[in-house]
Design a protein around this ligand. Structure first.
Ligand SMILES: [Zn+2]
Length: 475
């Protein structure tokens, strides 16, 4: 997935670009082109082909074969794991770079250009994966090639994992690697550029978002059944009225406000960028005990509300079978986004409590949309304190490339592969330097594209960041 947090960066000066070598740009572009032109869709593509192509590039620059492997559960769903060795004897645990190499399906007839032909046109690169996320994958591979080429030895191992089936399919590479080859990708923390990024208002960069935790997705089905009958003889026990009453109680309910290390960081950073009234409310809400009037005002904004609480909202209803019959069945889908540290089971208990009507059956649904209790105890891990190394290097490099830009920790309301690493105890952070105009989010859509300058600058950011993070120049 890729969220539309980024936007075009104006103020990009030719001087900045001139500081980047054209050879470095060419390298990143070549890798980007190669990746776009390898079909990695679930239906007809192969992540193994893309993983092997990247493996060859890393072997060509001198990484030993033992440190660059392609492995997976079947021949079409290969994952690449590469390791750039750090200084011998370093006490620091490795850093893990994560990127999914699969892409969402794209049909030629829907697109203006061929989605699997890398096309440069009017200042953009077109192709499936140009935003999600072969741009960042190319940037990560190019960074490792550059670091190895210049003989840079990081102060810790850098592991790169390029994986299958983030967008769909049955062979999620991160999940598979954690279960089968944990030691290959075990790390102090992970960086996954599938989320976060540059955000702008009216073209001006306002902040760089860093995803550091995710809400948990859950659908519940509310069902009321009844014996039905002729509508000329209505009774009190009407399934539609019962369901409507249950949804009315849900509408009136607000889940408790709860902050974690990430949302605290979010509101602290945002308070510096918003108007003074909102800033005052944000500061008040961070006090312990919080100012509930301030919390109430903030909660009227859907985004702030989503940062403060678990949310559950009715998204679909279905009821009745004929205009002249009493309904035998009424169902509603209630979609919940659960705060880290909580489970679907605890949310279901709360729904049962709020609705307080035993004739309303409440069931968690699985990904196939069927009632299932198997995921009731899933949990999105409560985030640990924000990692200082991650943020110090970020302030340094982002400060060079986008002077003065605030760095804002974020809790995503969607989900990326980071949910697997976070659950496995590897704190994971999502950010990249690829600026995408907020009106130009085309991930998963037609004519997906990325500005050429945005790509080159994003690739340079990736390289500089990695170096700063691992003891290189500038630190
Ligand atoms: Zn993605």
């Amino acid at each position: 997935m890729k969220l539309a947090l980024a936007a075009i960066v104006l103020g990009l000066t030719t001087a900045t670009l001139a500081a980047q070598s054209s050879a470095d740009n060419q390298l990143a572009r070549d890798i980007f082109r190669q990746l776009i032109e390898i079909d990695t869709t679930d239906s007809s593509g192969s992540t193994t082909v893309a993983a092997e192509a990247m493996r060859k590039r890393l072997l060509d620059v001198g990484l030993p074969a033992a440190d660059v492997v392609v492995l997976g559960p079947n021949p079409r769903k290969g994952n690449l794991v590469a390791r750039l060795r750090g200084r011998p004897g370093s006490a620091k645990k490795p850093v893990l770079l994560l990127g999914h190499i699969d892409v969402v399906e794209a049909r030629r007839e829907d697109w203006t250009t061929n989605p699997f032909v890398f096309t440069e046109k009017d200042g953009f690169f077109y192709g499936r994966g140009t935003q999600d996320m072969k741009d960042s994958v190319a940037a990560m591979v190019a960074s490792l090639v550059r670091l190895k080429h210049e003989g840079f030895v990081p102060d810790r191992d850098i592991i790169l994992a390029l994986t299958a089936d983030e967008e769909g399919g049955a062979s999620n590479g991160v999940d598979w690697l954690l279960k089968n080859h944990r030691s290959l990708i075990d790390a102090a923390f992970a960086i996954n550029p599938d989320a976060g990024g540059l955000s702008t208002i009216k073209g001006k960069p306002i902040n760089l978002g860093v995803e550091a935790t995710e809400k948990l997705y859950a659908d519940f089905r509310l069902t009321v059944t009844d014996r039905g009958g002729h509508s000329s003889l209505p009774r009190n026990d009407n399934a539609i009225y019962k369901l409507a009453a249950a949804l009315g109680k849900l509408e009136a309910y607000h889940f408790p406000v709860e902050l974690n290390t990430v949302t605290r960081g979010y509101f602290e950073a945002m308070a510096k960028t918003v108007d003074s009234t909102t800033a005052h409310d944000m500061s008040a809400e961070l006090q312990g005990p919080p100012d509930y009037a301030a919390v109430g005002r903030l909660s009227r904004q859907p985004l702030y509300n989503a940062m403060l609480s678990t949310t559950c909202v009715a998204t679909m209803v279905q009821a009745g079978h004929a205009p002249n019959a009493l309904p035998q069945r009424a169902t509603a889908n209630v979609n919940c986004r659960i705060l880290p540290g909580h489970t679907p089971a605890s949310v279901r208990d709360r729904l049962v409590q709020i609705i307080a009507d035993p004739s309303v059956d409440i069931h968690l649904l699985n990904e196939a949309g069927q009632p299932s209790d198997a995921e009731l105890h899933d949990v999105s891990v409560t985030p640990p304190p924000l990692n200082r190394e991650i943020f110090e290097a970020l302030h340094l490099v982002a400060g060079q490339m986008w002077p003065g830009i605030p760095i804002v920790p974020q809790m995503e309301t969607g989900a990326t592969d980071s949910r697997y690493t976070m659950t496995a105890g590897i704190p994971s952070y999502g950010f990249c330097g690829m600026a995408i105009d907020e009106d130009d989010s085309r991930a998963h859509g037609r004519d997906e594209r990325l500005g050429t300058e945005s790509f080159y600058k994003g690739a340079e950011f990736q390289y500089r960041y990695l170096k700063a993070l691992t003891g290189g120049a500038g630190k």
